[in-house]
Every structure is written in C-alpha cells, then in structure tokens.
Design a protein. Structure first.
Length: 419
C-alpha cells in the first residue's frame, strides 16, 4: 500500500482558486465514494476548510495520476488550470504533511488549534462513508496523537492566536475604541464563535448574530449577551453594523453590493469595516469598490497573522523534532506490513509440520513404542524439518548471487559468532 496526500492551501492558491475546490458537507460522501470507486484510490479522506482542500489516499500502486485527474474532473477544472497551485506528497512526506497540518505548523496562523478538530471531522466522515482502511485508520489515529503531543510538550498553543483572533486584532487597528462599535456576525460556526468571544473580551457591548437557523444563532448569542436574528432579517439590520464579520458555508455570496449601498445611505456614509473569512466568499468582491467600506478577505488576514509568528517559531522547531521521530515510527509500521504475509506463511508452514509430526508420534505411541524413543525422534524430526529449507538455501547460495543471505540467516536465527 502506498500513501499520497495532495491538494491546495492558502500558501499555494488565492481564494479565487480555493473556493472552486471546496467540498460542501452534503457532497462529501459522494466525493469520497467517487475517488475510491473510480479515482484510483483504495482509501481516501478529504479535508476541506477555508484555507485548504486536501485529499489523503491509500493507493494499491504508486500511481498519482488517477486521483489528481479525479480531483480536477470533480471540481470541473482543467488539469492545467489546477496544477500550478497543487502540491503532492508521497509516502513519508505524506505522513509528515498530515502531522504538520494537524499540529498547526502548516496553518495561516502558526499553531492554531482549529485545524485538528477539522481533521477529526474529515476522518470521521470518511470512516463513516467506508472509505478508510488499515493505512488511513492508523495514519489519522497517529496524526491526532502527534498533534496532542506537540500541543502538550511545546509552547505552540501558548497564546490565543487564530484566524478569529487575527480578525479582531485587525478591527482594533481600524477603530480607536473598539468597545463602542456595533458588530454584526454572520454565521454561527466555530470561527464566528471564536470571533464573538474575542470581541466580548475586548469589551464590545452590542453584537448581533445572524444565522440561517435562528435557534443556532441564539445558542451562540445568549451566553455572550448578544442579539440573535435570522439571515433573512440581516439586510434590514445591516445599517446598524460598524463591523461585519462573515463566515458561512453558503456556496453563493449572501451580501451583495446593492444591500451594502443601501445600508451606507442610511448610515449617512459612516464607514463600515467588513471581514469576509468564508470560502467561497460571502461578500461580493464588488463591495470593495464602494466608498466608506473597508473589505478584507481571508487572504488579507494573513498580513495580520505574521505579527504573531515570532513567539511561536521556537515552539515550531521543537514540534518538528517530535514529528521527525513520529514519522520514522509510522514508516517502520508501514514497512512491517510488507512482511506480514511472509510471517503468516511461515507460521502456517510450521504449524503444518508440527501437526504432521505429532500425528506420527501419537501413532507410534499407540502402537506401544518406547515413549522416550518417540519423544527423541519427534524432536529430531522437527529440528530437521524446520532447518531443511534454510540449510538448502544457504548451501546453494553463492557470494555473487546474494551476499546478504548468510548474514540474514544469522540474524533470523539469532546465531552468535561462536555458533
């Protein structure tokens, strides 16, 4: 079995490309079964977030063309259109990549913890869909263990740094008194929840949470003394917002240029600060052309994120050492899989010899032969049978045929130089 990890992320592709390769939750099962059914992968897990879309595959043969072709076809992209942004990792490199992603070492915000939860959800979905097996089950179990070890043994998560934290940091740079502003949060997922918590810590008094499901909006809003509204009410309340942060799973923009223009007229040109951290984007790109609107996408957040890197660089170096050790351990396990059929065959052959010789010994005992002679003959016979094949192989071996065979025999049978 061979391992392959491939995909695109915030480092290799702009948001315009990433939003074309997002796998919506309701299409994930079909996609997983598609790549394992006709895409050349024996096992598969798909990780799809705002910042990355990655496919982890277990392959019967080291052929990466079919999975990548499937990826292009599924997303209705020409291979030449996606290849400049695509990265591929094989075998140990694929294992290292999975460990680094889960530990937050490949994230926009170094060490951010959200990605681990997203990887667990991706694996759970694939496992439920029946598209994981021995290789990916072991890979993701060890991936989660490595991420936990990195977070426990290093300072990678010492400060509250995330995309949400970076978003709030950017808002603090725009407004002198952040606590006096009204904030509209669109969506009710993990990122919006983190933003809400960070904003509350900054003293924000008035927050409005808009979500497609009003009950979910209330679940997020109530503990924070925020107001919950439905997504349908949002356009009429948009003019109240000084700050708009949006992150939904919508496949189409939910805030158009016209709605923002109407809100600005009511606000009498008071500026609005908008952060769209959704992929695909929630806010039409044309909104950035409006006066009195400061629109930032998730890619713009990266500049803010860089300020938080220095304190985590040493922790990242420590984490890389942990990952090096764990990659070697995983690959040793992978190599052991290759010898399992040989071990099984060896044991089956030994069991067959033992049963045959025991049957002969029981027959001789039943005929009344001396038990001492029967036991001695059984021992000699077993010894001869077990050593016959390796003895013949060693006698027939010539130095130019296989120079390591005698060494291997000594190691296999634990022979010392005195033997």
């Amino acid at each position: 079995m061979h391992l392959l990890a491939f995909g695109i992320n915030h480092k290799t592709a702009p948001v315009e490309i990433r939003e074309q390769t997002v796998f919506a939750p309701d299409e994930l099962v079909d996609a997983l079964q598609g790549i394992t059914g006709s895409g050349g992968a024996h096992e598969a897990t798909i990780l799809s977030t705002c910042n990355r879309t990655e496919v982890y595959c277990g392959l019967e043969k080291p052929d990466i063309e079919m999975p990548i072709q499937w990826f292009s076809d599924h997303n209705r992209l020409l291979p030449t259109g996606i290849e400049p942004y695509l990265y591929t990792h094989r075998e140990a490199a694929a294992v290292r990549h999975a460990f680094r992603v889960a530990a937050g070492l490949d994230s926009m915000v170094l060490g951010e913890p959200q990605i681990l939860g997203q990887m667990k959800e991706a694996f759970a979905a694939a496992h439920k869909a029946g598209t994981t097996g021995k290789i990916l089950n072991r890979l993701f179990q060890q991936t989660f263990s490595v991420a936990k070890k990195v977070r426990t043994d290093t300072a990678i998560g010492a400060s509250a740094v995330s995309v949400a934290y970076a978003t709030v940091s950017l808002a603090k740079q725009i407004f002198n008194r952040l606590q006096d502003q009204t904030v509209l949060l669109i969506g009710a997922g993990d990122t919006i929840e983190l933003c809400a918590r960070h904003l509350k810590e900054q003293g924000i008094q008035h927050m409005i949470v808009a979500n497609r499901t009003l009950e979910r909006a209330r679940t997020l809003a109530d503990p924070l003394d925020a107001e919950a509204i439905s997504l349908g009410e949002m356009p009429a309340r948009l003019n109240e917002a000084d700050i708009v942060i949006s992150s939904t799973a919508s496949q189409l923009p939910i805030l158009g240029k016209g709605a923002v223009e109407r809100a600005l007229k009511i606000r009498r040109r008071r500026p609005m600060f908008m952060v769209d951290i959704a992929v695909p984007r929630d806010v039409e790109a044309e909104v950035a052309d409006l006066n009195d609107v400061y629109l930032y996408t998730i890619d713009d957040i990266e500049g803010v994120v860089q300020e938080n890197l220095q304190s985590r660089l040493q922790a990242a170096r420590d984490a890389e050492k942990i990952i090096d050790t764990q990659v070697a351990e995983f690959m040793q396990w992978v190599k052991s899989l290759a010898v399992i059929p040989s071990i099984r065959a060896l044991r089956e052959d030994a069991d067959a010899v033992r049963e045959a010789e025991l049957a002969r010994a029981r027959g001789r005992l039943a005929r009344g032969e001396d038990p001492q002679n029967v036991i001695e003959q059984l021992a000699r016979s077993l010894t001869n049978k077990f050593t016959h094949a390796p003895t013949i192989a060693l006698k027939q071996n010539r130095a130019d045929d296989n120079v390591i065979l005698p060494e291997a025999a000594r190691k296999l049978f634990n022979l010392t130089d005195d033997d």
